[in-house]
Design a binder for this molecule. Structure first.
Ligand code: FES
Length: 227
């Protein structure tokens, strides 16, 4: 079986075009291994990001037939079986650096700006099991940017996006966070939580089933109760 791919290429600030590739299918092949095969044997200039190859680091996300997917988890067997051509493109809502590599510095700056990590406290570092279960979804986020790339509101300048609020959720619930009320209210206001359309698109594409839109609605409820 042969795998057919149409990959969007772009040189630095250059014009974009689609390039066709064919890769012999091998058992267990993922999109990432197909891209690596192209890079090793056909075109060494093809650029893409990856690191863990195990769905943990979140660096390999690309658009596959219009949906954000982790390349290292996307199995190629169905495409090879049915001879379907795969359209592979860089993440939407991000500036392209080259080929499938996008500039995510802006998101990282925003994560730092909203201080999306636990502020050290002297409290007991243990989390009760029931609470741990509650924040499990939020803590599962691997910063893969799939939700950010599929959110129709994210290009609106003031809206931080689903990634930020999914991460923020755990700080509201985490008992180790000392300034949680102050921090959450501040981040919600700076990130413009209420610009979310509740369209659930981020829920659909999150590879870790974090369900950002659901967590956003819970944060809205918390804010409504508190006001
Ligand atoms: Fe780490 Fe795909 S390479 S998530």
């Amino acid at each position: 079986m042969v795998l057919k791919l149409k990959i969007k290429r772009q040189e630095e600030k250059g014009k974009t075009y689609y390039q066709d590739f064919e890769v012999p299918y091998e058992e267990g092949m993922t999109l990432l291994s197909a891209l690596q095969r192209i890079k090793e044997e056909v075109d060494p200039t093809l650029s893409f990001r990856h690191f863990c190859r195990a769905g943990i680091c979140g660096t390999c996300t690309v658009m596959v037939n219009g949906f954000p997917k982790l390349a290292c988890k996307e199995q190629m067997l169905p495409y090879a079986l049915f001879g379907e051509t795969l359209f592979v493109e860089p993440l939407k809502n991000f500036e392209v650096i080259r080929d499938l590599v996008v500039d995510n510095e802006g998101v990282i700056r925003k994560v730092k700006g909203l201080r999306l990590w636990i502020k050290e406290s002297s409290k007991d570092p243990r989390i009760p099991p029931d609470l741990s279960k509650k924040i499990e979804n939020s803590a599962d986020c691997i910063l893969c940017f799939a939700c950010q790339s599929y959110c129709p509101q994210v290009l609106e300048e003031e809206y931080a996006g689903p990634l930020f609020f999914a991460k923020l959720y755990r700080f509201y619930e985490d008992p180790r966070e000392e300034e949680k009320n102050l921090r959450v209210v501040q981040a919600i206001s700076e990130g413009h939580l209420y610009h979310c359309l509740s369209c659930n698109k981020c829920n659909l594409v999150c590879p870790k089933e974090v369900e950002p839109a659901t967590l956003i609605r819970e944060l809205m409820q918390v804010m409504d109760v508190g006001s």
